[in-house]
Design a protein around this ligand. Structure first.
Ligand SMILES: [Zn+2]
Length: 382
């Protein structure tokens, strides 16, 4: 029925999406059936789990009563979910991050596509704008047009992490997270996966309601950058509101995390069982965990993390530097400078700096050298 020529494709597509919104087809209470089952079922299944945010991008801080923020809860639930899913035969789990690091949204999408994942799940926590703190409950998003203000706000907030990235204007081709027009420009290519994205999203919401005993805010559509660039069924999960005290307590608790993990697991397992060919007795994949490692190499430049400067000469051993290895020393005007790491990869050195900060070198910073001469970081990154 929806067979159409390329001309008029976009126009028709937009109208279809609008109709979908109007009739509220996405109500979670409605049982969504897979209308277009893939012709061939997969013999192995790759799940890409994307813990939202990370590193200097903390995500929502919630009420501020906890040291942990959105990025921590997202990571805990993601790792626990992956651990459970890996036990299913022939299921492979990959993460966009397994530590407190920040892969750019672009890199998350690139690697997910490269790994040919069969399902992409981005895990987040919600925040209500303003100080009311009354909104609570769980919701799952698929990519789509939304005229609903609240949905737009969620997409804006999740997309806005882009603004924290270096050179975001270049990377995201003028994409402006705060403009509705920019959001609309994202709605491409995902149509092919929309049915299946809605299918997994409804399983997730059903589980949040039954297993998780959460308020079901439903399956929703909005323009999320990361969902628009992954070419497989993709959902973005908002576990709950960290701006809601009770829900924040729940999501920070061990029990809360485990209940949410179990809900996600049940939903993904159901989806996999319907989309994977389980007749294959032989196990063909070993357990594997990978992490997206991004890199940005600057030829001829060496980056290091300066940890400390002192008049005291110390051995460059890890026991002198809170367990960090790869320590080097440089003497300038009777002062010894101590460095951690040595690489031409700027992404790598940023990871190393984060590690140094975690170890207690709160004031450490990245320095750059060209042919052995120190240059400013700005110059090195040109
Ligand atoms: Zn988020």
């Amino acid at each position: 029925m929806y067979k159409m020529t390329k001309i008029g494709y976009m126009k028709n597509y937009f109208s279809i999406l609008l109709i979908i919104c109007v009739v509220n087809f996405l109500s979670a209470s409605e049982d969504t059936k897979t209308k277009n089952d893939p012709p061939t079922k997969k013999k192995a299944f790759v799940v890409m789990i994307d813990p939202g945010h990370g590193g200097r991008d903390t995500g929502t801080p919630g009420t501020g009563r906890y040291k942990t923020t959105e990025k921590d809860i997202a990571l805990d639930v993601s790792l626990a979910l992956g651990k459970m899913l890996k036990k299913i035969p022939n299921v492979k789990v990959i993460y966009t991050r397994t530590k407190d690091t920040y892969p750019t949204l672009q890199n998350r999408a690139i690697v997910t596509n490269k790994k040919k994942a069969d399902l992409f799940i981005s895990i987040h926590c919600n925040a209500q704008p303003g100080k009311k703190g009354t909104a609570y409950g769980s919701e799952t998003f698929v990519l789509g047009l939304s005229k609903n203000k609240a949905n737009l706000e969620v997409a804006k907030r999740e997309n806005s992490v882009i603004l924290m990235e270096d050179n975001y204007e270049e990377t995201y081709g003028g994409f402006d997270p705060s403009s509705p027009e920019s959001l609309i420009s994202l709605i491409i290519m995902q149509e092919e996966y929309l049915d299946q994205s809605i299918e997994i999203a409804s399983y997730i919401q059903k589980e949040f309601k039954t297993t998780g005993k959460r308020k079901d805010r439903g399956v929703k559509q909005a323009g999320f950058w990361v969902l628009s660039k992954t070419y497989m069924p993709s959902v973005l999960v908002e576990l709950g509101f960290l701006t809601h005290k009770k829900e924040e307590d729940f999501l920070n608790s061990k029990k809360g995390k485990s209940v949410m993990t179990k809900s996600l697991y049940n939903a993904v397992k159901k989806y996999i069982s319907l989309h994977m060919d389980t007749s294959n007795e032989e196990e063909i994949t070993e357990e594997e965990t990978e992490e997206v490692k991004t890199s940005k190499v600057y030829k001829g430049i060496t980056f290091k993390v300066q940890l400390a400067a002192s008049s005291k000469k110390m051995a460059t051993k890890s026991y002198n530097f809170k367990g960090l290895d790869q320590i080097s020393r440089e003497k300038v005007n009777k002062i010894y400078r101590y460095f951690y790491g040595k690489t031409s990869d700027y992404e790598e050195i940023k990871r190393m700096k984060e590690e140094a900060v975690r170890k207690g070198y709160k004031d450490c910073y990245i320095v750059a050298y060209k042919k052995g001469t120190k240059i400013s970081l700005a110059e090195a990154l040109k």
